[in-house]
Ligand binder design. Structure first.
Ligand code: AMP
Length: 453
């Protein structure tokens, strides 16, 4: 078995790994670290929770510290692009921890916080900049960022970047970077659009992979329930009581849905917090901290806000509203059953969502176990869907009453834009935000009690 000592990582980094309590490399680390140390470009297929942050951070920090170059005004030597504020912050915190003692500076740039602080942090030049694409381009356009000296580029969660509409910003960013650089590209799934994007970023990449495309986390017990949309809040409350979960993530498609659900859980006497793009950055951090530290055991989130977030000990994932992109289901349920734990994923499938369930089951190549409803709830009035037709036409037949939906009826396609659609800029959406503080990996940041999986 590969050991960290097998890699040509500096003693400083090896020591930092010991302080993190990492004993052996994870499979993605075992594959990626030696290649990245050689300076190769990497195309990595891995989900969060596999240890990919360290897989790209350790070799990069080693290479940056090994060839200590100064940085000019507004320059950075390594650029890490992430889709959301939370993920960018999490990556930066990890890099500060891993790079303790190297003397390298790590900073962040994302929306939702004043840009001037970030400009000041960048002014003297930094070693590592972890950023979301929207704020990065804002800084560039305001002449506060010079990308001409980037030696290493990391693109994390590429598939999520494209879901968020970041294709054009990414294409623009790549043109601002030097041709001669190392690029490390990570995605949980590899649909055609991502493979094409990767070709623009990478040169002769080495492929490393820890999970085949869209494999459902094997350790997750997956169940479903056919429910009336209007019953969802009460059914969730009932399941939260009967399942007695440790820590629960509830996924919604829309920000407004999150807020509505928090209210109805509150009525049912269940304490829950929400993170989504309409929340301010301090609110998002507060909610996430309460959830991480165990003060609140139910976190209601949109995909965007929850993406890439590493919280250990999530026992249940509820798909309160099914995602209309099947791969998203895989990401969602991957939030549980991390680090050798097992987990349960329960989908509450409204009549309007049955076709999506079918798409999901086709993607994960298995059927969910459909369970009976809790006592006191009626079955939805929906006929069985006809068998799928060739040509992919969507079919759904409702009996008249079910078609109107109820208060809680999901509004499948239309509202998707609320969380997806455009690239995120500023504070109104879930994309970017947070501190722009210049932090020294040398001094360390304490990492804020980041759980270890
Ligand atoms: P990531 O996929 O980068 O979000 O990492 C998931 C979790 O695994 C984080 O909590 C890391 O601290 C932890 N982790 C990463 N590498 C290792 C390792 N080699 N040994 C133990 N834990 C690790």
């Amino acid at each position: 078995m590969t050991k960290f000592s097998d890699f040509a990582l500096s003693a400083t980094l090896q020591n930092a790994l010991k302080s993190e309590g990492y004993e052996d490399p994870t499979p993605i680390q075992a594959q990626a670290i030696p290649l990245a140390l050689e300076g190769r470009d990497i195309l990595g297929i891995a989900q969060t929770g596999t240890g990919k942050t360290a897989a790209f951070s350790l070799p990069s920090l080693h290479r940056l510290a090994d060839k200590k170059l100064g940085t000019g005004r507004n320059q950075c030597r390594m650029l890490v692009l992430a889709p959301t504020r939370e993920l960018a912050k999490q990556i930066a915190d990890s890099m500060v921890n891993y790079g303790r003692g190297t003397g390298l500076y790590v900073t962040t740039a994302f929306g939702g916080v004043p840009i001037n602080r970030q400009k000041r942090a960048l002014a003297k030049g930094v070693d590592v900049l972890v950023a979301t694409p929207g704020r990065l381009l804002d800084l560039y356009d305001q002449k506060s960022l010079d990308l001409s000296m980037v030696e290493i580029l990391v693109l994390d969660e590429a598939d999520q970047m494209l879901d968020l509409g970041f294709m054009q910003p990414l294409k623009r960013i790549v043109k601002l970077l030097p041709y001669k650089r190392q690029s490390l590209f990570f995605s949980a799934t590899m649909p055609k659009s991502i493979a094409e994007l990767s070709q623009q970023f990478l040169r002769d990449p080495q492929k490393v992979s820890v999970a085949p495309q869209a494999t459902t986390a094997e350790k997750v017990e997956q169940r479903g329930m056919f429910v009336r949309s209007e019953d969802k809040p009460k059914i969730l409350a009932s399941l939260l009581r009967s399942e007695d979960p440790d820590r629960v993530l509830v996924f919604m498609r829309t920000k407004h849905g999150c807020d509505r659900l928090i209210k109805s859980l509150d009525h049912a006497g269940i304490d829950a917090v929400a993170i989504h793009g309409n929340k301010s950055q301090p609110q998002r951090e507060k909610a996430l901290n309460a959830f991480r530290k165990g003060g609140v055991s139910v976190l209601v989130a949109t995909d965007i806000a929850a993406r890439g977030i590493d919280v250990s000990g999530v026992s249940h994932v509820f798909n309160y509203e099914l995602p209309n992109v099947p791969e998203q289901y895989v990401h969602r349920i991957g939030r549980t059953a991390r680090a050798d734990a097992s987990g349960i994923a329960i989908a509450l499938v409204g009549p309007e969502e049955r076709q999506w369930l079918r798409d999901i089951e086709r993607t994960i190549k298995m059927k969910l176990d459909i369970e009976p409803l809790p006592k006191g709830f009626d079955k939805p009035e929906i006929e069985e869907l006809p068998p799928p037709q060739m040509g992919g036409q969507r079919q759904q037949r409702f009996k008249p009453r079910a078609a109107g939906g109820g208060k809680g009826a999901g509004q499948p396609r239309g509202e998707r834009k609320a969380g997806g659609g455009k690239p995120h800029r500023g504070k109104s959406t879930g994309g970017a935000g947070g501190g722009g503080n210049r932090r020294s990996a040398n001094r360390g940041s304490g990492g804020g009690g980041r759980p270890q999986g």
